[in-house]
Design a protein around this ligand. Sequence first.
Ligand SMILES: C[S@@+](CC[C@H](N)C(=O)[O-])C[C@H]1O[C@@H](n2cnc3c(N)ncnc32)[C@H](O)[C@@H]1O
Length: 214
Amino acid sequence: MIMLIRQFQAQRMHAPRDFQSISPEPICVEIGAGKGKHALLFTRNNPERQLIAIERTREKFLAMQKQHALEGQSNLQTVHADALPWVVHALYPAQVEQFFILYPNPEPHNPAQRWANMPFFEFLISRLQTGGTITLASNIPEYIDEAEQQMKALWKLPYVKEVIPQDSARTHFEIKYLERGELCQQLIITKPEGYSTRFDEFQPLHGQNATAAE
Ligand SMILES: C[S@@+](CC[C@H](N)C(=O)[O-])C[C@H]1O[C@@H](n2cnc3c(N)ncnc32)[C@H](O)[C@@H]1O
């Protein structure tokens, strides 16, 4: 099913608590990083890249932070926040080299919570560099099928679809699903040359609206 969606109301996003701005250099961003297994691996294996790993569940964020303190990657920054307001307040247009959204596990009955169905997805694309990628992984075949449909019909973005190999172990959820014998897949979505969104001129809010935050 193709969903026609309203425009994302970026300017209405309240600043995350204790928000800190970032500098406009190229970065990678992981959304829903959990306990940080992928973020720690990625920064160890890609010392030339900077990664910001965002997690909104406190106990998972604390586990990631603890492991990061042990391993000490200087190219990793962990953030405890909801990714939507954080992205709107922090990221510059065309700043991001790669987004990672690994095993987001939406409510099965709430299609509006799936990333490729959200008005916010347009904002996310606006933050990507030309040639930048969004990696979206899931163990739910319908989730990947629906996202694939949305890339073709709504967002008009090129992608490749991959089956995750049995021995992959990038995240805690990936390990669990592969051990259970489930099919894990991902879309690697690319922003092509000349792609435009309605947010291409939208500058980061840098913590404005902070007083109104809950
Ligand atoms: C099923 S877990 C997967 C965690 C990790 N990526 C993994 O594969 O092990 C999904 C995670 O996304 C986080 N999450 C969901 N929506 C989020 C949002 N808007 N901002 C930040 N984190 C979010 C949840 O708190 C949860 O920890």
